[in-house]
Design a protein around this ligand. Structure first.
Ligand SMILES: [Zn+2]
Length: 127
């Protein structure tokens, strides 16, 4: 990968990092408001649940984005953490923060158990 290409990924990742940090900061105080209306209360509980799930997903994504930026600094960005082969440019373009090549990702997907379902959104495969 050329320096230019790396810089482009760095820009994308930094923008993403800023965006996610902002979202997560704003979500920190998920308000737990009580409502006298029971139906409204159910609705709020569902919204809270959704917000917490999103929060989980965004924190995970942010962690992956930060790890990718660290790999850029260390000079091993674009290399699969598992098999140490190069990750295809197409996959990196679709998921710049991915730590794994498509083969290792698919293997991880197959071995994934239910406890890991919150990672689903991170395991995006490039088309
Ligand atoms: Zn691999």
């Amino acid at each position: 990968m050329t320096k230019n290409e790396i810089n482009k990924f760095k820009e994308i990742l930094e923008a993403r990092q800023a965006e996610l940090s902002e979202v997560l900061r704003n979500r920190e105080g998920i308000a737990i408001e009580k409502s006298p209306d029971a139906l409204d209360e159910v609705q709020r509980a569902a919204e809270r649940e959704l917000a917490i799930r999103n929060l989980d997903r965004e924190s995970n994504l942010l962690r992956n984005v930060r790890a990718a930026l660290r790999r850029i600094q260390e000079g091993n960005f674009g290399t699969c953490l598992h098999c140490e082969e190069e990750i295809s440019p197409k996959r990196l373009a679709a998921v710049p923060w991915t730590p794994y090549c498509i083969e290792c990702q698919e293997m991880a997907d197959r071995n994934r158990d239910e406890n890991n379902e919150m990672f689903d959104d991170l395991l995006v495969t490039a088309a």
